[in-house]
Unconditional design. Structure first.
Length: 231
């Protein structure tokens, strides 16, 4: 009779594999890490690994997905704080997201070097859909709150949420292009800083226009945080 694996046991074992993979990404890098490295570290068979992940790319997708879940759990609650006005919620949300990403910098860079390769373009689209699903309910409520408070001006809160997420992820793509792209090696730290600084300013301006927020009321990223990634 086949062994029955409880759902909680399955999730726990899967997370153990992801924990080991994450450590190996830190110590060896994703590209250098092999499935055999995971098997050796956990003392499990190849069959046991493939019970949870059907390939190394699917492992990468799971690592990115868990990173997104961790991020959402960390700073999405700010959007649901009943004591804050809408604009302050947005400002704290963006600031918290920037700080959290900085604490994950080395890990995120290790993953994103391969994540932004052409072969992962479809998976990135799937992840965008997940991010939209995670963020949309809280973000839309904040926009509706801001409209009621008179600090945001849009007749289409749900559509404004989608456009806002597109802008935020578009800025992330620009980051990847400047920091990880083939041309990045020829840029000085100061050149990278100015390119991203201008991109942040442009995307912030666009976001304020989408939400009908006062000019200068939002800040996707401050200069010190930009330098964390460009120096």
């Amino acid at each position: 009779m086949p062994r029955v694996v409880k759902e909680d046991d399955y999730a726990a074992r899967r997370n153990e594999i992801l924990d080991v993979a994450r450590k190996l990404v830190y110590t060896k890098g994703y590209e250098q890490m092999s499935i055999q490295d995971i098997l050796d570290a956990m003392k499990i068979s190849k069959g046991a690994f493939y019970h949870y992940f059907d390939s190394k790319p699917s492992l990468l997708e799971a690592l990115i997905s868990r990173l997104a879940d961790e991020a959402a759990a960390t700073f999405l609650p700010l959007l649901d704080d009943p004591t804050l006005p809408a604009l302050e919620k947005l400002c704290r949300y963006f600031s918290s997201a920037v700080q959290w990403k900085a604490t994950q910098k080395d890990y995120m860079l290790a993953l994103f070097r391969i994540w932004y390769s052409d072969e992962n373009s479809i998976t990135r689209q799937k992840m965008f859909a997940k991010m939209l699903q995670l963020v949309s309910p809280s973000f839309t409520r904040v926009i509706q709150q801001g409209v009621q408070e008179g600090t945001l001006h849009t007749s289409f809160p749900e559509q404004a949420t989608v456009m806002s997420v597109y802008l935020i992820l578009g800025l992330s793509d620009k980051f990847a292009e400047v920091i990880l792209g083939n041309e990045a090696r020829s840029l000085s730290a100061e050149e990278r800083f100015h390119i991203i600084h201008d991109a942040v300013a442009a995307y912030t301006d666009a976001l304020e226009r989408v939400l009908g927020a006062p000019a200068g009321s939002l800040q996707l990223m401050d200069d010190d945080s930009v330098r964390v990634w460009t120096d």
